[in-house]
Design a protein around this ligand. Structure first.
Ligand code: ARG
Ligand code: ZN
Ligand code: CA
Length: 249
């Protein structure tokens, strides 16, 4: 695929108490963060170490709040719904109306983004391509949105990271010691990084971990790039026969 891919997004806001009912303005700010991060238009891209600067790219993937619902009616692309559930987890309850969540819109046509309270320190989780349509999408903690109360994780990068997974990206350390993330231009690294590591943090005989990659576990303020290899892996999903190609229609 050539040119910019624009993905319609439906945001399902599930709140138990009013503090969790993020505003439409905050949702819009989250979409803006996604668009900046995926376009390498984020201001902190200037912090990318010189060794990685040639690898940092605009992915050519963008996001827009849905303007039409599945019936064709006009929509803001944002659903606010109160729930009796005080805290959700990775069991996908948030994705089903009859369980206290909100049903997915057709995954063939929308990115479903659920915003809710999550327990156990969980910031978010995502479904990789190729899974069931009724659970497809990403879930993020309400306070991880830009300006939220989740300290070190309130610049909206949790959504950037989770959408990376939804577009087939693995964690940069390959989820095992010096593991493989199936992307050639991201250095092999020992494990996840947290906080804000100094570059170079050398592991696995690399020249420095790419800890500033969105697919590490660093603070929101310390992750600011996708690599060319990651962008190619994401874009491949939209090729003819690719598992997210239906979103282009
Ligand atoms: N722990 C979550 C996951 O593995 C998200 C981590 C997001 N990190 C961040 N700096 N926002 O999917
Ligand atoms: Zn992850
Ligand atoms: Ca790699």
């Amino acid at each position: 695929t050539t040119g910019v891919i624009t993905i319609p997004v439906v945001v399902h806001v599930l709140y138990n108490v009013e503090a969790q009912n993020v505003s439409d303005a905050q949702v819009a700010a989250q979409i803006t963060v996604l668009n900046k991060d995926f376009a390498k238009a984020n201001a902190d891209a200037r912090l990318i170490p010189a060794a990685f600067a040639p690898l940092a790219v605009n992915t050519n993937i963008q996001f827009v709040l849905a303007k039409q619902d599945p019936t064709g009616a006009q929509t803001t692309g944002i659903i606010h719904k109160q729930t009796k559930i005080t805290s959700f987890t990775t069991n996908d309850v948030v994705k089903f109306s009859k369980r206290g969540g909100d049903d997915a819109w057709p995954a063939s046509n929308y990115l479903n983004l659920w915003v809710c309270n999550l327990g156990g320190g969980l910031l978010g989780y995502a479904q990789f391509p190729g899974g069931k349509a009724n659970t497809d999408g990403v879930v993020v903690l309400y306070s991880s949105l830009p300006g939220g109360s989740s300290v070190s994780y309130n610049k909206g990068r949790t959504a950037t990271h989770e959408v990376g997974h939804w577009l087939n990206l693995r964690h940069i350390w390959g989820d095992t010691n010096c593991g493989n993330d199936l992307v050639a231009d991201t250095p092999t690294q020992q494990t996840s990084n947290y906080g804000c590591p100094d570059y170079p943090h050398i592991t696995c005989n690399n020249k420095g971990d790419m800890s500033m990659n969105y697919m590490d576990y660093t603070d929101d303020a310390c992750m600011y790039m996708f690599s060319a290899g990651q962008a190619a892996r994401m874009n491949a999903l939209f090729d003819t026969g690719g598992s997210r190609a239906s979103l282009l229609n």
